[in-house]
Design a protein around this ligand. Structure first.
Ligand code: PLP
Length: 501
């Protein structure tokens, strides 16, 4: 769908676009297994005519995952694990079997790693934050590009007097500034505790940050926390090769179901450094009220507070098997083809006066990036269109996008050129400041955007999804008004001009 074609594209144009796409991305035909799965296991998407482009938010599950899990629950009798009675023992066996399956999946050898089941990636990250030996001599270095659940660790570091430093990103590609990171890693004292945190893949821009930063940082005496939440769904993470001290994941991001289960993988030498600030049911070998003392359990048990989400945990093994039956290389290739095409088409989308319609934040080619594509739209005069309105209009067409800052304020600040002065202006709004009020201030007084639109391609996205999404976006060409259903909007101010309902 290039800017040279006018009007609403018809079937012939769709066929032509498909042929162009296959000519540019011929390896797509090797991924037809996913088309078959879409028809059988994910048919609800087409039954409901939904275009799901929020895979960085959550993956979708296959019907077979539900069936297998429900069959297990239907046929078994499962009690609270970690007791000797038969129903508890049956559940313990499933939990431990799933733990082994996850370790195997990430190639985390038993001698090297322990795996802690958590509620999600955020809970995994919090365990590191609250247990890492931060002190006035310690350092916490993190990239601008991090999810807030990593940014939040700075509060634990600060509270214990540690130095907190952010390593910048390079605009417009939003890659790490490797030279700067090298310099920052070299600055710290050799004897102190030092934690370096970064995401293997950005949930904002889709950038895949270099995994060899783990070894580089470790060689300079740093412990490394690799947030793999956005990377693991479409890439193989080999922990025996990458060897981060900590890695965090949420399983619903990888295969959609179950929610409520994530993991923290801890390398054994780093495990020895962690000190839990409290104890809970399930984490201790012994506790006394009169003696006011407790002895923590060894290994992962010290970190799994209370009762695990035990009935959901076996569904993780089922999900992993589902991903393995497709193959990560095939998933990655499919995503590369569709993302490449989306980026190519975004780049050529122009208004009649030649102005670009779309501004992409992050890499504009498929090199070192995944399927997350974040952008904003502009009208023919170069005015920013309100991303919240775009999300609403997309929603009315059955297209699921996400808008805002995606819990990654640092990448957003660099992408949109927001300065410290802008941030201070926002913070001067006091305790009422939120993305809405900050966004209004930036838009109206500083002509900047505080947020953007995120489309993310994932496991069962197909050509038709991306085609229909591009059709939707191309409707903003040369428009200052747009009619959806009965309602006509001025698309810059979002004012309703005519409501025919
Ligand atoms: C890179 C990254 N880290 C951490 C998280 C937090 O995951 P959860 O909300 O499952 O705890 C997310 C969620 O979007 C993410 O994308």
């Amino acid at each position: 769908m290039s800017s040279t074609r006018d009007g609403v594209p018809g079937i012939r144009e769709a066929e032509q676009a498909h042929a162009d796409f296959l000519a540019r991305y011929p390896t797509y035909v090797q991924t037809t297994l996913l088309d078959q799965l879409r028809k059988t296991q994910y048919r609800r998407l087409d039954d409901h005519r939904q275009i799901y482009l929020d895979y960085t938010g959550a993956c979708l599950y296959a019907e077979s995952q539900l069936e297998e899990h429900f069959e297990l629950l239907r046929s078994g009798i499962f009690g609270n694990p970690h007791s000797a009675n038969p129903t508890s023992a049956a559940m313990t066996e499933h939990v431990e079997r799933t733990r082994r399956a996850v370790m195997k999946y990430f190639n985390a050898l038993d001698d090297d790693y322990v795996l802690v089941f958590t509620q999600n990636a955020s809970a995994a990250l919090k365990l590191v934050g609250e247990s890492y030996p931060f002190a006035p001599s310690a350092r916490f270095l993190l990239t601008f590009d991090n999810h807030n659940s990593v940014n939040g660790i700075r509060e634990f570091a600060r509270a214990k007097g540690a130095n907190v430093t952010y390593a910048p990103l390079l605009a417009p590609g939003l890659h790490c500034d490797i030279n700067r990171i090298d310099a920052l890693l070299g600055e710290a004292d050799s004897g102190s505790n030092k934690l370096f945190a970064y995401p293997a893949q950005s949930n904002f821009s889709g950038v895949k940050h270099p995994l060899d930063l783990v070894r580089k940082a470790q060689a300079k005496g740093w412990d490394v926390l690799l947030d793999a939440a956005a990377f693991a769904p479409t890439n193989r993470l080999d922990l025996a090769a990458v060897r981060p001290d900590f890695a965090s994941v949420s399983f619903y991001k990888m295969f959609g179901y179950p929610t409520g289960v994530g993991a923290l993988l801890i390398r054994r030498p780093a495990l020895a450094k962690l000190k839990r600030p409290w104890f809970a049911g399930g984490t201790i070998n012994f506790a006394s009220v009169q003696g006011q003392a407790h002895v923590l359990s060894p290994n992962e048990a010290a970190f799994e507070d209370g009762t695990l989400n035990f009935l959901s945990i076996p569904a993780v093994e089922i999900g992993l098997r589902h991903l393995e039956s497709i193959g990560m290389d095939l998933i990655g290739e499919r995503i590369r083809c569709l993302t490449g095409w989306l980026l190519d088409e975004f780049l050529v989308l122009r208004h009649g006066n030649g102005r670009a319609m779309v501004r992409i934040y992050g890499p504009v080619s498929t090199e070192k990036r995944g399927g997350t594509v974040t952008f904003n739209l502009y009208d023919p005069d170069g005015h920013l269109l309100d991303y919240r309105r775009i999300e609403e209009l997309a929603g009315a067409e059955g297209i699921s996008l996400r808008t805002g800052c995606f819990c990654n304020p640092g990448a957003g600040e660099i992408a949109e050129g927001l300065t410290m002065e802008d941030m201070q202006a926002g913070l001067s709004l006091g305790s009422d400041v939120n993305l809405l009020s900050f966004g209004r201030l930036m838009r109206e007084q500083r002509h900047k955007s505080a947020g953007s639109i995120r489309s993310s391609i994932g496991l069962v996205t197909n050509f038709a999804d991306v085609w229909r999404f591009l059709r939707f976006i191309s409707r903003f060409r040369d428009q200052t008004r747009l009619t959806i259903g009965e309602v006509t909007f001025d698309i810059e101010s979002c004012r309703i001009i005519r409501d025919g309902s």
